[in-house]
Design a binder for this molecule. Sequence first.
Ligand SMILES: Cc1ncc(COP(=O)(O)O)c(C=O)c1O
Length: 307
Amino acid sequence: MAWDDTASKVWMDGEFVDWKDATIHSLSHVVHYGTSVFEGIRAYNNENGVAVFRLKEHVRRLFDSAKIYKIPIPFTEEEIAEAIKDTVRENGLTSCYIRPIVFRGYGELGVNPLNCPVNVVIAAWEWGSYLGEEGMANGVDIGVSSWRKPAPDTFPALAKCGANYMNSQLAKIEAIENGFDEAIMLDYTGYVSEGSGENIFLVEDGVLHTPSLGSSNLKGITRDSIIKVAGDLGMEVIEETIVRERLYLADEVFFTGTAAEVTPIRSIDRKVIGIGKRGPIAEKIQSTFFDIVEGKVEDKYGWLDYI
Ligand SMILES: Cc1ncc(COP(=O)(O)O)c(C=O)c1O
């Protein structure tokens, strides 16, 4: 994250303001109670222009997350999609990461959010690979966290809500302190859920397996893309509950996510996975994914929204 982006403009409630002015009051509801829903979106620079990846689906999920928490977004989905593209344009960005966030702002300070205003902010900045270029090529080292994902009747996993990431942070901090690149979290019943900010896939005898949506995981848009791409490559993909030890025994394991894109995993809990580096299926999925976003093959899915 480039925190020296002082020349950038941030979209705030319908207008662009300077990066340094994109501030809120410290007594805003979101600061105290984590009352936000947000998205992480990537745009890619390719031969045909700058393309936002699956813009409609990200905006849809933002509105879905807001619906769950009764946060009325004072713009239409089309207006937010246009504002996202405008933010990339306004900042002259090409490949970048885009962060729209909707939150309860300054009003009353009690748990009840309903009387607080709803604010919408969109920022964008240049961002490389989340878990490092080296990790993309050779795989990353992962630990299974002692922290679990919340049960479905506590924090709804399908809402991409700011407060969820306090839970993710516990796992991420633990992973880093233990010398890992990232954490895998189990759900409240002990089945594999996801990374602190990524979905996860296993490869067993050429078949892909990923935790089904009942495992307290986010309905990842990259996850959905990989399920479709793998299917079109002739691979079987099974969504199911997955026990922890299958992670260790899999031929390959990889993460998917907007930030992480497709990141292979080479070890879990210091056990070597498969050949101990990016495996052939992760490589195929990764290269197909990048061929699509980089415009090297036809966008037959209609996933690229050029700005
Ligand atoms: C907890 C969590 N799981 C999965 C994902 C991957 O979702 P997507 O592919 O939509 O970015 C993310 C990233 O947004 C995440 O934060």
